[in-house]
Design a protein around this ligand. Structure first.
Ligand code: BES
Ligand code: MN
Ligand code: ZN
Length: 514
């Protein structure tokens, strides 16, 4: 392993200690066959269609009061309904909360996660400390475990906080969530799998949330190393000289004008001996646009331009945390697109690792420049069976699809189908845009290709396709999905960690493991 650190990077690291080892959550989650002493709040999961809500041990008075209250609230157990009853008669709790789960057999993971997220927001607004979540009204054993784990996962996802830059952070949510389930082993096992996903999402959010001057290429790589190595992931970091020596002039060029030069992060989880699956993520740690400078307020969101790379780091972390039987190599080209007397100029020509010469139609189309070498490196050094890249690549994607769908591009129908399936499972939705007729749009008069063309999202895709050559490949454009200005569903405000859940599920679907 080669780890290169510049003096400036070391200095900055000393000023702003890396929080890689920090614990992301202060809450604790247990699964048990019965309740625990000290419980102050009881949450009952209620399927729709019950005539009366009651748990074993409740007296007639309790059952009567609770059901009168539920009637008054028009609670019928449909999914997402929630009623709180303070000081329930005959019970030793401050509050009783009923959570509607609809028809348990039909409740999908994303909805269960959202129910958990909404519950955690509510709980955080109370003084609840020890919460029993009782799932015993869900009679089907499979649903009992599955929904408990998914709701617990939703609680976790929403409770992440990015507070490392606050001198006096607010207290984090720190409740004990004590689940009463029918099969402790099964629920715990499913929760552990989702907890590994959550840890991957938190890592990606953390990397995304780092401001440009904190999350520069060497710092991003170091953070990934610190968080992945303990899980048995082989991490290799190429510094700027090694990037140049390997011929990756396209990756190098983007940050040649920055004090923070290019790095290439490789994170290899070898959970099987299969041919590797390559994930390549755009790690542009800040996008000023370069000499084609961004002149609108959109520049304020450009710390999020590393979120494709963050998603790859997070997915590799999740898969390693799950000990998944997959061979996956994450490759993250890292750059900082900024200006100085040494920066690339519009119209310059760069030579990529595979020898392709690239005319710079715009210095602001930097994502494809760094991904070109990331994709080539993955292909050349790891001979993967498939390459998926993910990037905040184009504003045109946002114009076309908005923020609820990522655009995907691929000539391989089985990749498109498996990615759509992963998208539905995780609610990280994807929509296919065409590649076929656009091959000529990046032709250049003076070089082999150029980095701009129209339509914009397709130009980015066909550019990347050139570097995937004949390896099966799919491109994900996740522009405008990296950051939220206010909390929503399972996401607190800030970095979403978008792509981690999608890629984690997709790798397992593609590799045929669960
Ligand atoms: N990082 C941006 C894309 C982006 C824009 C992401 C808005 C999230 C929100 C990318 O590097 C970029 O600047 N793309 C240009 C390409 C153009 C110059 C060909 C764009 O889409 O405007
Ligand atoms: Mn740009
Ligand atoms: Zn960019």
């Amino acid at each position: 392993m080669t780890v290169m650190r510049s003096f400036a990077a070391l200095l900055l690291a000393a000023l702003m200690p890396l929080a890689a080892m920090a614990q992301y959550l202060e809450t604790t989650t247990h699964f048990a066959p019965r309740g625990m002493p000290g419980t102050d709040s009881l949450v009952v999961l209620v399927p729709e269609g019950l005539s009366d809500v009651s748990l074993p041990g409740w007296g007639a008075e309790t059952t009567a009061q609770v059901n009168r209250a539920l009637q008054a609230a028009e609670f019928d157990g449909s999914a997402r309904q929630r009623v709180e009853i303070l000081a329930p008669a005959g019970l030793p709790y401050e509050r009783l909360i009923t959570l509607g789960v609809g028809n348990p057999g039909e409740l999908e993971r994303p909805v269960a996660e959202e129910i958990g997220a909404a519950l955690s927001v509510h709980i955080n607004g109370t003084r609840a400390k020890v919460i029993e979540l009782n799932a015993s009204l869900i009679s089907d054993a499979g649903d009992n475990s599955r929904l408990s784990a998914a709701i617990a996962h939703g609680v976790d996802l929403r409770n992440y906080r990015f507070d490392q830059l606050k001198s006096q952070p607010d207290a984090r949510p720190a409740q004990t969530y004590h689940w009463v389930v029918s099969s402790v082993g099964d629920a715990q096992r499913q929760y552990n799998m989702l907890r590994a996903v959550a840890e991957g999402v938190f890592t990606a959010r953390e990397l995304t949330n780092l401001p440009g001057s904190n999350g520069y290429p060497a710092a991003f790589a170091e953070y990934a190393l610190q968080t992945l190595a303990p899980l048995g992931v082989e991490v290799t970091i190429l510094g700027p000289e090694e990037v140049l020596e390997a011929g990756m002039g396209s990756l190098y060029g983007v940050s040649q004008g920055s004090q923070h030069k290019a790095h290439l992060l490789i994170a290899h989880w070898r959970g099987s001996d299969d041919q590797p699956i390559a994930l390549v993520g755009k790690g542009n740690t800040f996008d000023t646009g370069g000499y084609d400078l961004k002149t609108t307020s959109s520049i304020l969101l450009m710390q999020g331009d590393k979120s494709g790379g963050a998603a790859v780091v997070g997915a590799v972390k999740a898969l390693a945390g799950q000990q998944a039987a997959v061979n996956v190599v994450g490759v993250v080209p890292l750059s900082q697109n900024s200006i100085s007397g040494e920066a690339i100029l519009p119209g310059d020509v760069l030579r990529a690792g595979d020898g392709t010469t690239i005319e710079i139609g715009s210095t602001d189309a930097e994502g494809r420049l760094i991904l070109a070498d990331g994709i080539w490196y993955a292909r050349d050094r790891y001979n993967p069976s498939v390459i998926v890249d993910i990037a905040t690549l184009t504003g045109a994607k946002t114009t076309a699809l908005g923020t609820d769908y990522s655009a995907i591009f691929s000539d391989y129908p089985e990749l498109v189908d498996s990615m759509k399936l992963a998208g539905q499972m995780t609610d990280e939705l994807v929509w296919q845009l065409p590649l076929g007729p656009y091959r000529g749009i990046i032709d250049s008069r003076i070089a082999d290709i150029q980095n701009t063309g129209s339509p914009g999202a397709q130009a980015g895709a066909v550019f990347l396709q050139h570097f995937a050559a004949d390896t099966p490949w799919l491109h994900i454009d996740m522009a405008s999905q990296a950051l939220l200005s206010s909390a929503r569903g399972i996401h607190p405000a800030g970095g979403t960690g978008h792509g981690v859940r999608l890629l984690t599920e997709w790798v397992k679907i593609y590799a045929g493991v669960q």
